[in-house]
Design a protein around this ligand. Sequence first.
Ligand code: SAM
Length: 194
Amino acid sequence: MKERTPERRRRLEEVLRRRQPDLTVLLENVHKPHNLSAILRTCDAVGVLRVHAVNPTEGVPTFNETSSGSHKWVYLKVHPTTEEAFQHLREKGFQIYATALKEGARSYRQVDYTKPTAIVFGAEKWGVSEQALALADALIHIPMLGMVQSLNVSVAAAVILFEAQRQRLEAGLYDAPRLDPELYQQILEDWLMK
Ligand code: SAM
């Protein structure tokens, strides 16, 4: 168990006060540990509390040094199916945007990320499944003006999540704790043990 110094507790509380329980990502079959790790690292920087995944790294979430330890601070909830993941997110009141390199997808800049928002990202080869595209509220894309069709999934996640961070900073959503007091205490205890 880690030492519970006042400095460490202060640092953990500083980060916890900025966590955003109503901003998340759903990773559908994001198999490569370095992509999963890089996305968790971005989520930590943006204040995402919990990441959702279906079939990460072929069933068993594994991380590598790309995460820089962020997997200790960002919770990962693994769902058995895409349908179950959507149901869970809907019950929690999330609007759900799926990323898609398709005509008709709106620019990621046109989304209001200050509302409870989940963004779905897909696998390197196949992208987001047809099922998830159909279940989502809307499709979004990052405009690509060069020769290649798509970004690496962790880069795409960073671009969109930092737009969400920009909007939330402007809206003052990092200024006061967003977690209900009971959950805040629970997580603080958990973090103090790490
Ligand atoms: N061939 C796949 C397709 O057609 O969707 C490419 C998948 S891409 C390499 C992997 C994931 O990164 C996508 O499913 C999406 O989540 C994200 N992504 C990559 N480029 C993107 C872009 N320009 N806009 C939005 N998401 C993007």
